[in-house]
Design a protein around this ligand. Structure first.
Ligand code: HEM
Length: 431
């Protein structure tokens, strides 16, 4: 019996290690993208599959039959899929009993401590609490307000460049990626003369055309580049987040930790916001009423942003949580060591949130959606993301009232199996 248990533990630890290795390899290459995980059974990939902008119907079916259901993973790993809104909040909101710590991914299958990307997402209290406390003051509305004029300028510069194009423009490259990339430059306080390089490196991560090796190289380069920036700011702290952290907490945090935090901000804030900008534009092009409301009525902008965050839920799954003790969640027994995957897209379409949640309704009053997660790992950049979206959508439709797709909608290609859902490109005509 004991031998059997130890075999089960070994197999489980191997499975976790294997998943972690695959997951991290993809994180490193293309942001968070699991498209190579073909060997997982279809039922495990289902929460990441979509039909255009909508999750596949099986996700709603899973929620109706059991908002917390067993997930079929290979090698006997015990896993659960959470698709209900209240159940998702119950998991993400538990301060104890679940862990996101990177060490759960460290096993005998090749994941080592050295692979730890740093930052907040893979840390538990007290490390998480300490690092998050350092970052939080930089993300308050008061402190972020300094970025408003610069975000407006960044948006205008991108629109000016788009206006100069003859023929189709790829809105993903010309608008969706540079806005968050340049905003993060501003937030971190990357010096002006360094911005071209920063932007090239940050966008090269998601350059699917140049291939995985190029992206991998860009990430290594961007980490050591961030370390260079951190070291330079130690000498002469600037006005941005890095300079402030060095001024106020310089002796509590190492250069590597600072570079890890900066890299976490870049990873967390770039692809997510870019996907929202691209897919939100697609929603506007699909819905002429919403397009006209955003163009003509400032009051409609906030509703549109909140409803598109909910409806699109670009971060489809929260990071895996590992049960550190036996738990009861909404009447379901989760055992120590089990893996819990929370489907944010499932939770955000739960009828418990309101009526007709499967559909997009730009007039819907803001709902308590989970697009930014919940609990201690809730997105620290949520307000910054909202600032960017609220600035960018109305500016786009006001500048280009004739905006339209340059290809038939059926020709658009979406990411196939990716934690952060998105389009590969978005060809549009602006005049
Ligand atoms: C629309 C855009 C965004 C979406 C949908 C989004 C979504 C999320 C979600 C769902 C989580 C929680 C994941 C989990 O619990 O496993 C998260 C965490 C995080 N996000 Fe965002 N995010 C966005 C923009 C940003 C921005 C602009 C930044 C920073 C500039 C950022 C930085 C982070 C960081 C650092 C974390 C980890 C927080 C922690 O673990 O304490 N995100 N984000």
């Amino acid at each position: 019996m004991r031998r059997e248990l130890s075999i089960v533990r070994r197999v489980r630890s191997r499975a976790i290690g294997w998943m972690g290795r695959r997951y991290l390899a993809r994180v490193r290459r293309n942001g968070i993208d699991l498209s190579r995980m073909r060997s997982l059974p279809e039922s495990a990939l289902m929460p990441l599959r979509r039909d255009g902008l909508d999750p596949v119907p099986a996700l709603a079916d899973a929620r109706v039959s059991a908002p917390i259901s067993r997930l079929d993973l290979p090698f006997g790993a015990n896993a659960w899929l959470v698709t209900g809104h209240d159940e998702a909040k119950a998991v993400l909101g538990r301060a104890t009993g679940f862990s996101s710590d990177f060490t759960h991914l460290v096993g005998n299958a090749g994941v080592t401590d050295g692979d730890n990307p740093g930052g907040l997402g893979f840390a538990d209290p007290p490390v998480h609490t300490r690092l998050r406390r350092l970052l939080t003051p930089e993300f308050t509305m008061r402190r972020l307000a300094r970025l408003t004029p610069r975000i407006d300028e960044i948006v205008t510069e991108q629109l000016d460049a788009m206006a100069r194009a003859d023929g189709p423009v790829d809105l993903w490259e010309a608008f969706a990626l540079p806005i968050p990339s340049l905003t993060i430059c501003e937030l971190l306080g990357v010096p002006y003369e360094e911005r071209d390089r920063f932007q090239r490196l940050s966008t090269a991560r998601f350059d699917l055309v140049s291939g995985a090796l190029n992206s991998l190289g860009a990430i290594t380069e961007s980490l050591s580049y961030l370390l260079d920036i951190v070291r330079a700011q130690r000498e002469a702290p600037g006005d941005g987040l890095l300079g402030m952290l060095i001024r106020e907490h310089g002796d509590e945090i190492s250069d590597r930790e600072l570079a890890g935090l900066a890299d976490g901000v870049l990873t967390g804030g770039l692809e997510t916001t870019a996907s929202m900008l691209a897919l939100g534009t697609l929603l506007l092009l699909r819905d002429p009423d919403a397009f006209a409301q955003i163009r003509d009525d400032d009051a409609a902008v906030n509703r549109f942003v909140e409803e598109s965050l909910r409806y699109l839920t670009v971060v489809q799954l929260a990071f895996p949580r590992f049960a550190t003790q036996d738990l009861d969640i909404a009447g379901v027994r989760i055992e120590q060591g089990d893996i819990v995957l929370v489907s944010l897209s499932g939770a955000n379409r739960d009828p418990a949130l309101g009526t007709a949640m499967e559909g997009f309704d730009p007039a819907r009053p803001p709902s308590p959606h989970l697009a930014f997660g919940h609990g201690i790992h809730r997105c620290i950049g949520a307000e910054l993301a909202r600032m960017e979206l609220r600035a960018a959508y109305p500016a786009l439709v006001r500048r280009f009232p004739e905006l339209r797709l340059a290809v038939p909608p059926g020709d658009l290609s979406f990411r196939e199996v990716s934690i952060v859902y998105g389009v590969e490109s978005l060809p549009v005509l602006v005049k």
